[in-house]
Ligand binder design. Structure first.
Ligand code: GLU
Length: 485
């Protein structure tokens, strides 16, 4: 029997989590759930100049909102915590000291200016730029001299000659010649740890068995393996690596964090459902072996295996995501749709949230459920039911105040006031027999005037249902108003 699977998602929240992060988180989560293993959520916040408390909280909220529940991590705790790297600084310091004692690492006194000058020379000589090992074997006298000069020292890991090979579950065997992996910094001059030290120490101490992450981190793997070796970890206890292919933009350029459209918060605000985002991202770079477009979270956990992850980059397609979102909206139960819609309506002050308003929303939602792609469309669709000072939209006025429209509206007014039952069927029957059959008008022309008069615009939910919801009195009042324009 293999050991229990432990997978981690370890973002550095230097901004809102983006599409690429969440695709990684989703695959990590799905792999843990598929194997009955443990999903660890670790916050890599050692870069205090870029990570903020707000971004950490936002990352936690985003994972919760998406339904990616974790077994160990912030808020839930666990036996291998703390799960915020900023609370583990003494652990990294102890390991760094051990590496120094073992001579796996050494103090380096080179200043940034000196390093840059030497890199420049390397580039000029066509040598791969990187640390040249100047401080590897300093004498005591040299060290004393540097200290007297008041130089700050970083802790640097010694990279032996040779190469590192590891098996990536997606790419197969990957080898890095150490000529391209120079000695690297573990601890900064101010004593703070670098990512490579913290990530490697934590993956070992948290007993992580599988590292599934973005391919941008592929080249940091040999450095992490070097840290495992210095920690005395046996190769069979190294985590298994799987580097997920990039998510590219439509233009084939890499999607970037600085671009607002990749942040998950952006999608949330624009009315995308978490199930739609998860469904879409799950199939971005992975497929269960068929060409399905829909996958539920349950199916994902049942079917997810790393060997079905593609090795080539995936292209993000907004249109596909929108189509999936529309499908997921149509699949919501009336109560679910109501609960998702209300915050959008209150945020735009379409309703204040009284029981009477909610009852109207509840009655109106079924008529728009088939027609919208995102929840952000709900306010504009239902505004006509709640608007206080009703007026026909500027750009539609010309369509209701010409001769022909006036004729349509006055005939409609006459017929509709005669109705004793006010349902979409009775409204439709009355308007069809008078406007279409008797006046011989084309439905598009006849109904467009009535639509603009009653809802204020030419984009609205189905007309007869809308008028039923508005009620006879209000509908007639609005037609009268249009006639007076
Ligand atoms: N914290 C790293 C990042 O957000 C990822 C760490 C990892 O998955 O190894 O880029």
């Amino acid at each position: 029997m293999g050991k229990e699977v432990r997978v981690r998602f370890a973002p550095s929240p230097t901004g809102d989590l983006h599409v690429g992060n969440i695709r990684t988180a989703l695959f990590d989560w799905a792999y843990a759930r598929h194997t009955g293993g443990t999903f660890i959520f670790r916050i890599e916040d050692t870069d205090t100049t870029r990570v903020t408390d707000e971004y950490i909280q936002a990352a936690i909220d985003t994972l919760k909102w998406l339904g990616l529940d974790w077994d160990e991590g912030p808020e839930v705790g666990g036996p291998n915590g703390p799960y915020l790297q900023s609370q583990r600084l003494d652990i990294y310091a102890q390991w760094a000291q051990k590496f120094l004692d073992q001579k796996d690492a050494y103090y380096c006194y080179c200043t940034p200016v000196e390093l840059e000058a030497r890199r420049e020379a390397q580039r000029a000589a066509n040598v791969a730029p990187g640390y040249d090992g100047q401080c590897r074997d300093l004498t005591n006298a040299q060290i004393t001299d540097y200290k007297t000069q008041g130089r700050e020292a970083v802790v640097r890991m010694r990279m032996p000659d040779g190469s590192t090979t590891f098996t990536d579950e997606i790419r197969g065997d990957v080898t890095f010649d150490h000529k391209v992996v120079p000695d690297f910094v573990l601890v900064r001059g101010d004593g703070s740890p670098l990512y490579t030290l913290a990530v490697a120490v934590d993956d070992i101490m948290m007993k992580v068995t599988h590292v599934l992450r973005g391919e941008d981190l592929l080249s940091s793997t040999p450095r992490q393996i070097r840290v495992y070796q210095a920690m005395g970890v046996e190769p069979e206890d190294y985590p298994t690596f799987a580097h997920l292919p990039f998510v590219m933009g439509q233009d084939n350029a890499k999607l970037s964090k600085r671009n607002g459209e990749v942040s998950i918060a952006w999608y949330r605000e624009r009315g995308f459902l978490p199930e739609a985002i998860c469904n879409y991202l799950a199939l971005l770079g992975w497929s269960p072996g068929d060409d399905r477009e829909n996958v539920t979270m349950k199916e994902l956990t049942e079917l997810f295996t790393v060997d079905k992850v593609h090795s080539s980059p995936a292209r993000f397609d907004m249109k596909k995501l929108e189509a999936i979102n529309g499908d997921k909206i149509r699949a919501l139960s009336p109560d679910e749709f109501l609960n998702w819609s209300l915050p959008f309506l209150t945020k735009e002050a379409i309703i204040s949230g009284t029981d009477a308003e909610i009852a109207v929303v509840k009655a109106a939602l079924p008529i728009i459920q088939e027609r919208i792609v995102t929840l952000a469309e709900v306010p504009a669709m239902l505004n006509f039911l709640f608007v206080k000072n009703f007026a026909v939209a500027e750009d539609c006025i010309s369509k209701v105040n010409d001769e022909a429209a006036k004729a349509v509206l006055s005939r409609s007014s006459t017929e509709l006031s005669k109705l004793t039952t006010w349902t979409h069927d009775s409204i439709e029957a009355a308007l069809r027999s008078s406007l279409i059959e008797e006046l011989g008008l084309k439905p598009r022309i006849a109904f467009s005037a009535v639509r603009i008069a009653t809802t204020g615009s030419n984009i609205s939910p189905p007309l007869f249902e809308s008028m039923e919801l508005l009620g006879q009195e209000v509908s007639l009042e609005r037609i009268k108003l249009a006639l007076s324009l």
